[in-house]
Design a protein around this ligand. Structure first.
Ligand code: MEV
Length: 324
């Protein structure tokens, strides 16, 4: 085989963001908008080539020996460092061309960088004939993300690899698939782009000298996640909604990572009859989620639109990385 296409899902954080960076759990669900990567081996070449038009990378080439060195365009970083990390461990005897395509905008915060990293590791393992377990794909992909971002819990990588709905602890210390069918979730995009690392740093800086208080906040969030795990297992959406509302209060009032636009979309969802609503991810923009009974779902969507948001139609609990 000298060509393979794989795809991996995007993700939505359900509960536990920020706390999960610091040894606490979170809940995450994979969404059915996917990132795709095709890798083709180039016989008689020692070149790395990348076409990633969604992130403005076209006709990008360099010798395999220079992977990870020099100025790397932002849109090429994760793929290039993933190839470097894989080929350092499992040497490659030919060049390769990678083409990526995304079904979702990289602006949503669905985890396009992590999903493309996972696609590259999985596709290369197939082309090299190496049988990697899901956990090994996770570990190699998470290392790649940390090499570039330095920070992050890896929950997005886990969602891309394992799919479904997961109870996850920092760095993959626990990755527990929750046997659920799907959640009655509505997703609203704020139209504001957020940067995860900037927000992680912002929270840290705003609690400088008050780390004990921050620790207590994270313990409070941890307790909500533990309760939410049980609610998900019981499909108790009303309870889950209540826990999401409590989580949002921590994010907005204590950590200060919500923004008025997200607050408006969240309030509109609750007024329209959602059980609960919160931002999803680092905050500062990106998406919010609401959980609502069937009867009020359309009203909640209308509320989000009226508050200036865009409803993103995605199914959750989607399948993890797979060969296409
Ligand atoms: C960002 O989507 C969620 C954070 O918890 C960061 C992470 O877990 O890597 C803020």
């Amino acid at each position: 085989m000298n060509e393979v296409t794989v795809s991996a899902p995007g993700k939505l954080m359900l509960l536990g963001e920020h706390a999960v960076v610091y040894n606490r759990p979170c809940l995450v669900t994979a969404v059915d908008q996917r990132m795709r990567a095709t890798i083709e081996l180039l016989e008689n070449s020692q070149e790395f080539q990348l076409e990633a038009p969604d992130v403005n990378v076209t006709n990008y080439k360099k010798p395999l020996s220079d992977l990870g060195v020099g100025d790397i365009p932002k849109g090429a970083q994760f793929v290039e460092v993933a190839v470097r990390n894989m080929t350092e461990k499992y040497p490659l005897s030919s060049g390769l061309k990678i083409t990526t395509a995304s079904e979702f905008s990289s602006l949503f915060g669905f985890g396009s960088s992590s999903a493309s990293t996972v696609c590259v590791i999985k596709a290369l393992s197939i082309l090299l004939g190496i049988n990697l377990s899901k956990k090994e794909i996770f570990d190699m992909s998470y290392k790649t993300v940390l090499d570039i971002q330095k920070k992050g819990s890896g929950f997005d990588v886990a969602a891309a690899v394992f799919g479904g709905t997961l109870y996850f602890v920092t760095g993959g210390r626990a990755i527990e698939p929750l046997p659920v069918f799907s959640l009655p979730l509505i997703v609203g995009y704020s139209g504001v782009k957020a940067d995860t690392v900037t927000l992680i740093n912002k929270v840290k800086e705003s609690f400088a000298g008050r780390e004990i208080i921050l620790d207590e906040i994270y313990n409070g969030i941890k307790n909500l996640v533990e309760e939410a795990k049980i609610a998900v297992l019981k499909s108790d959406w009303q309870k889950l909604g209540d826990l999401m509302n409590q989580n949002q209060r921590y994010l907005r009032d204590d950590l200060g990572v919500s923004i008025p636009k997200l607050d408006d979309m969240i309030n509109a969802s609750l007024l329209a009859g959602a059980y609960g609503a919160k931002l999803s991810g680092a905050g500062g923009g990106d998406c919010m989620i609401a959980i609502a009974p069937k009867e009020t779902q359309e009203l909640v969507k209308a509320g989000i639109i009226q508050a200036g948001g865009e409803v993103i139609h995605v199914k959750n609990n989607a399948e993890g990385v797979r060969v296409e």
